[in-house]
Ligand binder design. Structure first.
Ligand SMILES: [Zn+2]
Length: 78
């Protein structure tokens, strides 16, 4: 997808991988937007979850495959 920096008006291309990464972070942190930094002026540009979903409609939340998943299980051992 492509956005335009609100500050310097430079077009910023956001690759599929970056869109999906942003969506994952939005999902995990329960955000409604993600900040993409302009490579030119370094300002943060907010892109809404809706825009990201539109750019990558096939995306679905996949928790990062971590070998430590087992440790997330709730136990009463504490
Ligand atoms: Zn900019």
């Amino acid at each position: 997808m492509q956005i335009r920096c609100y500050s310097c008006k430079m077009p910023i291309s956001i690759g599929r991988a970056s869109v999906e990464q942003a969506l994952t972070i939005i999902h995990e942190e329960d955000l409604v937007y993600y900040d993409f930094r302009c490579p030119k002026c370094k300002k943060s540009n907010r892109v809404s979850k809706e825009q990201l979903m539109h750019a990558s409609p096939a995306w679905e939340y996949k928790p990062e495959a971590k070998s430590s998943d087992e440790s997330k299980k709730k136990t009463d051992s504490k």
